[in-house]
Design a protein around this ligand. Structure first.
Ligand SMILES: Cc1cc2nc3c(=O)[nH]c(=O)nc-3n(C[C@H](O)[C@H](O)[C@H](O)COP(=O)(O)O)c2cc1C
Length: 203
């Protein structure tokens, strides 16, 4: 029973070669995201994750804002010379899935249960990662190219998108998944030996 799930996680890859097209309909993209948001687990079933799907002009505006904010942060002589080019690749995609975690819920739980105050923020980040991976995998299975990005998104940048609804200031950005039909297959991936990474203790 697990074979198709394990195959699915193998299909998920970072593919930066995006086109501005999507052979997957907007309705299907939305249904994938809704299903993942509903069913991905969260600590104490806190259901903290929030997602915004942006496409078209809003997707381009998002990446222009990110490029405008990030490029001045790169110090002179930085060796990541390919970084600016990568940002342009994200902007060249069909759309972006914007991920958030609602810190109002996180703070409320910590207030009610101070004994988990140290750990709960980490568990919350784990929940965010599960959702990222689930949507990334589902999009890959649909044949889309995508990567997981972590630009610092400010409230001003989000307000500048003119989304048509308010994004509460408590929604903390956790990642952005730019995606589109692939312009090329993903690059070859290398693996360190699994034997070094997994042990069994038999009793
Ligand atoms: C938690 C996490 C954060 C990541 N952050 C970034 C990122 O900010 N930018 C990026 O280009 N790739 C990011 N990646 C992608 C990894 O570099 C990539 O998953 C890894 O090299 C393995 O390649 P694969 O995704 O093709 O399997 C991230 C991956 C994970 C799991």
């Amino acid at each position: 029973m697990s074979a198709s799930y394990l195959d699915a996680i193998t299909v998920r890859r970072s593919n930066y070669a995006l086109t501005n097209k999507s052979s997957v309909s907007d309705e299907k993209l939305q249904n994938i995201i809704k299903h993942a948001v509903k069913h991905c687990p969260t600590p104490f079933n806190s259901q903290t994750s929030r997602v915004i799907l942006v496409t078209g002009a809003t997707h381009i505006k998002l990446w222009e804002a990110v490029i405008g904010a990030l490029l001045p942060m790169i110090p002179e002589g930085n060796t990541w010379t390919h970084f600016a080019g990568l940002l342009d690749l994200h902007k060249g995609g069909y759309g972006s899935v914007m991920f958030f975690e609602d810190q109002a819920i996180v703070d409320g739980i910590i207030q009610k249960q101070p004994f988990v105050a140290n750990q709960f923020p980490d568990w919350n980040k784990n929940a965010a990662g599960i959702l990222h991976a689930t949507i990334w995998t589902a999009f890959s299975l649909e044949g889309l190219a995508a990567t997981l990005q972590h630009p610092p998104l400010t409230a001003e940048m989000i307000a500048g998108l003119n989304l048509g609804f308010d994004v509460p200031s408590t929604w903390k950005s956790t990642a952005i998944l730019p995606f589109g039909d692939p312009a090329a297959p993903p690059k070859e991936k290398t693996f360190s030996p699994v034997e070094d990474r997994f042990k069994v203790a038999k009793s």
